[in-house]
Design a protein around this ligand. Structure first.
Ligand code: P6P
Length: 345
């Protein structure tokens, strides 16, 4: 699949402004929110590229809310997003993987009608080895759109199907921003000579089935039997040559999902004996990635139900996830629910 399908010269800001026309009564506030967010992404992209040349690499002496050692770039990216987003008057609250609870908008700034949840730098374990890392973001309207007070946890803890926009920025061999506001998925590539994200792939559609599976097989011994059966099935040669699949696993969710979006197949971070609800976070990793995958015609579940339907209970909750090509995820669900024909033999 080519990595671009348009030669139109459209920046992300113009794209968002044009999409605003779809919404009667749109005030432009959402467009300005996204303008501020893409500024933060441009700054993070610049500094991720420079990371090897400046002192942002290396471990801080701090740990994040999950007890994970925080690398400087995580903290830096978290701070860049906060400083870009706290004063625009578009948000009433934020939440981040790097912050314990709700992130309040400073009292001196107007409170807007949106909330933003984000993982400032996903894949930070890959920072020092120049493997892809990325930022993930998720935007909801606050519950009471007429309120001008501080946002609450209830404004943040909404099911994923209520997202008004979601996406990720992958800092890889190039910097790509993958974005949806519910009208399909568009891919923008950062042109650092002009400092703009330019549209390179319009309304991307994930293949109905792929040839790749993406999972940390080092956890095989911890999986339940049905998942072991599924992965063994994928590796078993079939008469129709559809199998065996190839394993691709980068260890940065947005990079593994980005490949799956382009080439098809399935990305999984399932539950296992040491991670009873998986590892990935529902609110600022799985829900935004699931919205992208579903908007591109794919499927995203926890093996039993659609993840975007889940009613969140707390900001940092985890969820098992199977996402990618529709036929591949349906097949994984059949195994997880013990109803695949090969399990009936
Ligand atoms: P494991 C990165 O730290 C991350 O949160 C995701 O981006 C990635 O998919 C996962 O962890 C990798 O986890 O256990 O396979 O190293």
């Amino acid at each position: 699949m080519p990595i671009f399908n348009t030669s139109k010269l459209v920046t992300i800001e113009r794209h968002i402004a044009e999409e605003q026309a779809f919404y009667a009564g749109a005030t432009g506030e959402f467009s300005r929110l996204m303008r501020d967010l893409t500024l933060a992404l441009r700054i993070i992209a610049r500094d991720v590229r420079r990371a090897g040349l400046s002192d942002v690499l290396g471990i801080t002496d701090s740990q994040n809310v999950h007890g994970e050692q925080v690398k400087k770039l995580d903290e830096y990216a978290n701070d860049v997003i906060f400083r870009a987003m706290d004063h625009g008057g578009h948000l009433c609250a934020m939440a981040s993987e790097e912050s314990e609870g709700i992130i309040k908008i400073p009292s001196e700034y107007r409170k807007g009608k949106y909330v933003l949840l984000f993982d400032p730098l996903d894949g930070s374990s890959n920072i020092d080895v120049n493997a892809p890392i990325g930022t993930i973001f998720s935007v909801y309207r606050r519950l009471d759109s007429n309120a001008d007070t501080d946002g609450t946890e209830a404004d943040l803890l909404q099911p994923g199907y209520k997202q008004v926009a979601a996406g990720y920025c992958c800092y890889g061999s190039s910097t790509v921003l993958v974005y949806t506001s519910g009208n399909g998925v568009d891919v923008f590539t950062f042109d650092q000579t002009i400092g703009e994200f330019l549209l390179t792939y319009e309304k991307i559609k994930i293949p109905k089935r792929g040839k790749y599976y993406s999972i940390n097989e080092g956890n095989y011994h911890k999986w339940n039997t049905r998942l072991q059966q599924y992965v063994n099935y994928l590796k078993m040669p079939s008469d129709d040559k559809q199998r065996p699949y190839s394993l691709r696993y980068i260890g940065t969710a947005i990079a593994d999902v980005h490949r799956t979006l382009h080439y098809g197949g399935i990305f999984m971070y399932p539950a296992d004996k040491s991670a009873p609800v998986g590892k990935l976070r529902l609110m600022y990793e799985v829900n935004p990635l699931a919205m992208i995958i579903e908007q591109a015609g794919g499927r995203a579940t926890d093996g039993f139900g659609r993840v975007l339907q889940q009613q969140p209970i707390e900001i940092h909750q985890r969820v098992p996830v199977f996402m990618g090509s529709e036929d591949d995820v349906l097949e994984a669900e059949a195994f997880m629910q013990n109803r695949h024909p090969s399990q009936q033999l």
